[in-house]
Design a protein around this ligand. Structure first.
Ligand code: PA5
Length: 447
């Protein structure tokens, strides 16, 4: 059964139904293109079948590896960047308690992340924490050659080997990488690490339902079968029809493109639950890296409310009118907290005494939506009944499929990322990497 709902009523002051439904024919044909794998980037469509193609043998292996790691870990570190990082972090942060003290109480290891920056302070402080804790390490890199995770892994591997000795360190490391190529695969084979494979036909940012996301999520103590079931429910719904009226994937792809051609070139994903902060980060990568090419694409931004209503709220209400918002709305929180009465009423809050905190949050959401619509910002709404493994699975598949369809509507290849190479070439040239001698000379002349 599907729980996710999509509503675009608050965009209809800005785009007419005809602007949206004019995409129906193209959407029908892109659904076929995706199913038959005949469009741009069709070598990377393995994610479309993932919720059902991850078989029981693989799930059992992931669960066994996760429980082996959980027994050994006060802390479990996940090393990876981009698509080899954000999906796992998004799901783990969404499902975890907000505070580490509560995570420990639930018997789950504290999950820490590395290899997603090159900050010396970050890495040094991480090593200081790991001096004091029993820990395990999952290193994830599809190519096996990305600088940030390779660097972090070199430091952590050395730290683990010093702390536990080479044999035990080897049992505390799992590598997730290509089936046969790359430096990480080679190292894992030499050292005898347990390994999982990133399928060839799944690109990094679409890989959360492979071991890349599933293993860290299982180590963190969450039910990966439910996550896959949720995704499968959305895949099944999406397979039944490409009709904008029936399929939320088709509707979201159509509406955002209709807004884009009317000059709404920035989409802000809005959440009112801090646990969804990293889900927004995952979404920003998925849409930014998939659509931002050939001088086209909607710029994906994110805000966490009500925090950001006291900062970005001003711009959204009255700044440049090239924005639209998509609110990721959660109908029910996990807990129940009522506002107490205070007879003296010094803060004048007695008018809401007896109400749940969530009701205040919900009214903030409704009030903000209407204020922003009045201010010229169209509003889309994706809602889920609660944050759970199953609804996270639905959201993941919904956004992945909509990204593919939306990218095809834009006329680009949503599955490549040629633009991310430019900074790497400059960095390698500046660092004097062998093989980059000419670039080194050229770039040094520019400094
Ligand atoms: O989506 C992508 O393909 C990228 O964000 C990659 O996931 C990221 O660059 C990390 O690559 P790798 O897994 O090869 O280390």
């Amino acid at each position: 059964m599907n729980h996710l709902k999509f509503n675009y009523d608050n965009a209809l002051n800005f785009v007419g139904k005809q602007d949206i439904f004019k995409y129906q024919e193209a959407i029908d044909s892109h659904f076929i293109t995706i199913r038959e794998r005949t469009g741009k980037g069709n070598d990377f469509l393995g994610w479309t079948d993932l919720p059902s193609s991850v078989d029981d043998t693989l799930i059992n292996r992931i669960e066994a590896a996760a429980s082996r790691f959980r027994e050994k870990s006060e802390v479990s570190v996940v090393v990876g960047i981009g698509g080899s990082y954000l999906g796992a972090r998004a799901v783990i942060e969404a499902l975890s308690p907000h505070f580490n003290l509560l995570k420990k109480k639930a018997g789950n290891p504290v999950m820490l992340f590395a290899g997603n920056n090159i900050s010396e302070d970050y890495l040094d402080e991480l090593l200081q924490v790991l001096n004091e804790k029993d820990y395990t390490l999952t290193v994830i890199s599809k190519s096996g050659t990305t600088t940030e995770p390779a660097l972090a892994f070199r430091l952590l591997r050395e730290h683990l080997e010093k702390k536990y000795g080479k044999t035990e360190a080897g049992k505390r490391i799992i590598a997730i990488t290509d089936r046969e190529k790359g430096a990480l695969k080679q190292l894992a084979t030499e050292k005898g690490y347990e390994t999982f494979v990133v399928p060839d036909d799944v690109g990094g940012r679409y890989s959360v339902l492979t071991p890349v996301g599933l293993l860290p999520v299982a180590i963190a103590g969450f039910n990966i079968r439910e996550l896959l079931n949720g995704a499968q429910n959305m895949a099944a719904l999406s397979a039944t029809s490409s009709n904008i009226d029936k399929n939320p994937v088709a509707a979201y792809a159509a509406v955002r493109n209709a807004l884009y051609v009317k000059g709404k070139t920035t989409e802000i994903m809005v959440n009112y639950e801090p646990r969804l902060f990293y889900f927004t980060e995952w979404w920003k990568q998925l849409y930014g890296e998939s659509e931002g090419k050939e001088n086209k694409g909607i710029f994906p931004a994110g805000v966490s409310n009500t925090t950001d209503l006291h900062s970005m709220g001003q711009y959204i209400q009255e700044g440049r009118r090239n924005l639209f918002e998509t609110v990721l709305s959660v109908e029910n929180p996990k807990h129940n907290l009522t506002i107490p009465t205070d007879e003296a009423n010094p803060d004048k809050l007695n008018y809401i005494a007896g109400k749940r905190i969530h009701e205040v949050n919900h009214m903030a959401e409704l009030g903000t939506t209407l204020a922003h619509v009045d201010g010229g910002v169209p509003n889309l709404k994706v809602s889920i009944p609660e944050v759970s493994e199953s609804t996270m699975g639905e959201l993941i598949y919904f956004y992945e499929m909509a990204c593919a369809v939306s990218g095809y509507l834009l006329g680009i290849n949503p599955f490549d990322q040629p633009g991310v190479e430019a900074y790497k070439r400059n960095m390698f040239a500046l660092l004097g990497k062998p093989g980059f001698e000419k670039e080194t000379e050229a770039i040094r002349r520019r400094l």
